[in-house]
Design a protein around this ligand. Structure first.
Ligand SMILES: [Zn+2]
Length: 615
């Protein structure tokens, strides 16, 4: 136990394991086959990297994600670990040289794509020599769900990896995935022929993430701008390319180092934006969902969804790109009623391109996904509980780090208003007329619009009976009635309201109606950012100038070596540095994230900067 913790500190500079890591490391060290289900950002790589260094032989890591391979190898090397990779992006000859070095036993970890490993020259040539020479420590299969047809990312190459078990029956296999239903999990075990694997299901809860939903209003942009000016790398997701462009331009105009990213931009430009973001030359990327796959920037401090995401799964992945370093990070979603209409419109567009007939199964799925997203956006319960329930995990109790836990919403009895609203629909129906919520609200508030007067609606008994409530309040009621299924809305083209059996129960006085006064109807939430259990404000460089100076030094050292700054130290290390101000190498070694290699490489430079600052 003490030995393991000592190795963790010596090599990676951490004092503690993150949740779930230690048990996996122990099983790996015991040489057992493993299947570990871990969330992205849960600290997966350490689970196989530490055993790779503590057991003899080479660990081969199979990964389909070329960009991530390079990134991991960079980070390992900066920790003084002998690691390398081969992939199709390398210049001719380079791959052969690295393979030769592998055979000479120069690496402890070696990354490669499955198709590369399965080439006869590798599987028949290199592997047997490796096994007989330096020895095989373990096979790591990353993104193991690719092996299963039931997964979302099936790759036939992955099936062939079962050869490894047949050819090297005594070498343990460690399989990792961030997405696996029980069916996919069973499939991984069968397809790769795992032997009595230790199965680790790590919770998908990311305690360092703070979740909130805010109403989309005219003030939303100002809130976004203030979030960006608060500092930290951020991603803003929008639904369309046009919105991405507009928002990027506006933020740039307001002095934020921001750039757009979407599939319509040239590949060069996209790569440039991505690299600049990774190197901290850009603070904010405004993007469609095309952005984020295969980038592994651990210090993204906030992810904002400026439009409603299409699925809750997408939301959990995109927002999950925040705070992979385990430091506090914010996930904010802006949500307005217009988003629901846009989403419904997009669902109705799912038609057979030849016949124009609606694709019913797809539309049904689309509606179900929309309901799940709305369930999250309009929930009055803990947001974390909603996300985890969707991922098949139950989370009980208040997390203390989402808007709903911090500021419980008030439930109000609006039975009277609900009956006024519904009886207006009933009156219209008696005349054979059906309208959407906007017109119903006009009638209730006694508006004198042309459309209303032309139809003689000012003569209805319900005309003007709801003046005491604002349009926003009536809208909130209408939305709530819809989501509680107390009224129906047609889905074909123009949405009009119609009563259902539940509406009649309300009208007959058989059931009360309570609605939740969300921020959408009340004043926007503000000034509540300091109370959170995930203390995002901690990120704010309270050691201000010093923290910034250390960041500048990190950036300079990173540029000199052509590395992303986070490879040198994570923000958490810099923050501790600013707080503790170590002035000797011994003190410096105690910082989280400082192992022996980093101490030797960067200790002096940072201590000098701290001395100058303190002097
Ligand atoms: Zn909560």
């Amino acid at each position: 136990m003490a030995q393991l913790t000592a190795a963790l500190k010596r090599i990676f500079g951490f004092d503690h394991f993150r949740p779930g890591q230690e048990a996996i490391v122990r099983d790996a060290l015991a040489g057992r086959d493993l299947l570990a289900l871990m969330p992205t950002g849960g600290g997966k790589s350490l689970c196989f990297q530490l055993p790779a260094l503590l057991r003899p032989g080479v660990t081969l890591v199979v990964s389909p994600l070329i960009a991530l391979m390079q990134d991991q190898v960079r980070q390992l090397r900066d920790n003084g670990i002998a690691a390398s990779f081969v992939n199709s992006g390398l210049p001719a000859g380079e791959g052969a040289q690295r393979t030769a070095a592998l055979l000479r036993g120069e690496y402890q970890l070696f990354y490669l794509a499955p198709e590369r490993l399965l080439l006869p020259e590798f599987v028949d040539g290199v592997l047997p020599r490796l096994a007989a020479g330096a020895g095989l420590n373990a096979f790591v299969i990353d993104e193991a769900h690719c092996v299963s047809e039931w997964g979302h990312d099936f790759r036939p190459d992955y099936r062939q990896l079962s050869q490894l078990r047949r050819r090297h029956p005594t070498t343990p296999m460690f399989c990792f995935t961030a997405t696996a239903t029980p069916r996919v999990r069973a499939d991984i075990i069968t397809q790769l022929d795992l032997r009595d694997p230790a199965i680790h299901l790590t919770s998908f809860n990311r305690p360092n993430l703070h979740y909130e939903v805010r109403p989309k209003t005219k003030g939303s942009y100002a809130e976004l701008l203030s979030l960006a000016r608060g500092g930290g790398a951020g991603i803003v997701y929008c639904l369309s390319r046009r919105r991405v462009e507009e928002l990027a331009e506006r933020l740039e105009g307001d002095g934020v180092r921001a750039a757009p990213y979407h599939a319509g931009l040239a590949a060069d430009q996209r790569r440039e934006t991505q690299d600049a973001f990774i190197r901290d030359d850009l603070q904010v990327v405004i993007a469609t969902v095309a952005f984020g796959m295969g980038i592994n920037k651990p210090d993204v401090r906030w992810v904002v969804h400026y439009d409603l995401p299409k699925t809750l799964e997408g939301y959990s992945q995109e927002s999950g790109r925040a705070g992979r370093d385990g430091d506090p990070a914010r996930c904010r979603l802006y949500f307005g009623a217009a988003d629901i209409r846009t989403a419904e419109f997009l669902i109705q567009q799912k038609v057979d391109p030849e016949t124009g007939e609606p694709l019913e199964a797809e539309q049904r799925l689309g509606r179900q996904q929309l309901r799940q997203v709305l369930g999250y956006a309009e929930s009055t319960e803990c947001r974390r509980a909603v996300i985890l329930a969707y991922l098949g995990e139950s989370f009980t109790g208040a997390c203390g780090a989402c808007d709903n836990c911090e500021t419980p919403k008030t439930q109000v009895d609006w039975t009277t208003e609900a009956r006024q609203f519904l009886s207006c629909i009933a009156r219209l129906a008696q005349r054979g007329e059906r309208f959407g919520a906007a017109h119903v609200i006009d009638i209730l508030r006694g508006a004198r619009s042309e459309r209303l007067l032309a139809r003689g609606h000012e003569c209805l008994t319900v005309y003007g009976i709801g003046k005491q409530r604002s349009v926003a309040e009536w809208r909130a009621l209408a939305r709530s009635l819809l989501h509680q299924s107390l009224v129906d809305e047609t889905q074909d083209g123009f949405p009009v309201l119609c009563l259902n059996a539940q509406s009649w129960r309300v009208l007959r006085g058989e059931r009360p109606v309570t609605i939740v006064l969300s921020a959408a109807a009340g004043p926007p939430a503000s000034g509540d950012e300091k109370r959170s259990a995930v203390r995002v404000d901690e990120y704010e460089p309270e050691q201000g100038a010093l923290f910034e100076r250390l960041r500048e030094l990190r950036k300079r050292l990173a540029n000199e070596q052509g590395l992303p700054p986070y490879v040198i130290f994570h923000d958490a290390t810099l923050r501790e540095m600013a707080l503790r101000r170590p002035l000797t190498l011994d003190q410096f070694a105690n910082l989280p994230g400082v192992g022996q290699a980093k101490l030797a490489r960067y200790g002096e430079s940072f201590i000098n900067a701290l001395r100058q600052y303190t002097a």
